[in-house]
Write a protein that binds this ligand. Structure first.
Ligand code: PGA
Length: 250
C-alpha cells in the first residue's frame, strides 16, 4: 500500500508572518493524525517560521529549489545542507515554472536531485508536458524522458526518498485540471518508466502525485485513481480550509 502525500506549493507567496498565520490556520483544520502525509513547500524566507509553527504537528516543511553544489560562489543560491540545518525535510525540484522562467533543464534537475539526496533531503521532482506537446501526441515521450533523466544515478535504495509529481504545464494555475483519466494514464506511464529502471516492486512503491489546479472540488476524484498517490497543490494550498478538504479527500 502506497502512502498518500499532499504537498502545498506556496510558490512566491506569503511573508514569514503570513506563513505562520496560514500554518496555524491549517493546523486548526487538521486532526491529530491524518491518513495522508502533509507537506508545505514554502519560500526560503518562511522556512524558520514554518519549522517553528509545524513543530509537534503532522505537517512537514519543504523548500522549492536547491542548488547542486554543496557550497561556493553561486550568488543567490541555497544548498541542501543549509536547508537541512534549517529543518527542511523535502524539496521540490524541476517545477515547470523553474524550467520555463529560470533555465532549468533535465540535466540541472538531475544535478539538483542527486545533490539534494546526498545532502539528506527527500525530493518531489516535477515532470509534465506543455499544451503543444500534448496536442502533438508526445506526452508519454516527454514525461518518460524527464523522469528517466531526473533519476539518472539514483540508487534503488534512494528511490524511497523520491516523490514524482506529474504536472501538465497547461493545468498549472489555469483552473484547467487534467481529467482523472488523463492524470491517471500519465501517472501510470511514469510508474512504468520507473519500473523499466528499477523493477516493478520499486515502481509499485513509488509515490506519484498529480498537480495542476487540484482543488477542494476535484481532489476526491483525482485521488481515487489507481496511479495517483497524492497531490502537489499551488493555489488551493494557500487557503487553509481548501487545503484541509483536499487532505481529507484521500
Ligand atoms: P496550481 O499549481 O495548483 O495552482 O495549479 C500547482 C503547482 O504548480 O504545483
Amino acid at each position: 500500500m502506497r502512502k498518500t502525500v499532499i504537498a502545498g506549493n506556496w510558490k512566491m507567496n506569503k511573508t514569514a508572518s503570513e506563513a505562520a498565520a496560514l500554518i496555524e490556520d491549517i493546523k486548526k483544520n487538521l486532526n491529530a493524525e491524518e491518513k495522508a502525509e502533509v507537506i508545505v513547500c514554502v519560500p526560503f524566507t518562511d522556512i524558520a517560521a514554518a519549522v517553528e509553527h509545524t513543530k509537534g504537528s503532522v505537517i512537514k516543511v519543504g523548500a522549492q529549489n536547491v542548488h547542486f553544489a554543496p557550497s561556493g560562489a553561486f550568488t543567490g543560491e541555497i544548498s541542501a545542507s543549509m536547508l537541512v540545518e534549517a529543518g527542511v525535510e523535502y524539496v521540490i525540484i524541476g517545477h515547470s515554472e523553474r524550467r520555463q522562467y529560470f533555465g532549468e533543464t533535465d540535466q540541472t534537475v538531475n544535478q539538483r536531485l542527486t545533490a539534494a539526496l546526498a545532502g539528506g533531503l527527500k525530493v518531489i521532482v516535477c515532470v509534465g508536458e506543455s499544451l503543444d506537446e500534448r496536442e502533438d501526441g508526445v506526452t508519454s515521450e516527454i514525461i518518460v524522458r524527464q523522469t528517466k533523466i531526473a533519476l539518472k544515478g539514483v540508487s534503488a535504495e534512494d528511490m524511497k526518498k523520491i516523490i514524482i509529481a506529474y504536472e501538465p504545464v497547461w493545468a498549472i494555475g489555469t483552473g484547467k485540471t487534467a481529467t482523472s483519466e488523463q492524470a491517471d494514464e500519465a501517472c501510470g506511464t511514469i510508474r512504468a518508466a520507473v519500473a523499466s529502471l528499477y523493477g516493478s516492486e520499486i515502481a509499485e512503491a513509488t509515490v506519484i502525485q498529480y498537480g495542476g489546479s487540484m482543488n477542494a472540488g476535484n481532489a476526491k476524484e483525482l485521488l481515487a485513481c489507481e496511479n495517483i498517490d497524492g497531490g502537489l497543490i499551488g493555489g488551493a494550498s494557500l487557503k487553509a480550509p481548501d487545503f484541509a478538504t483536499i487532505i481529507h479527500s484521500c
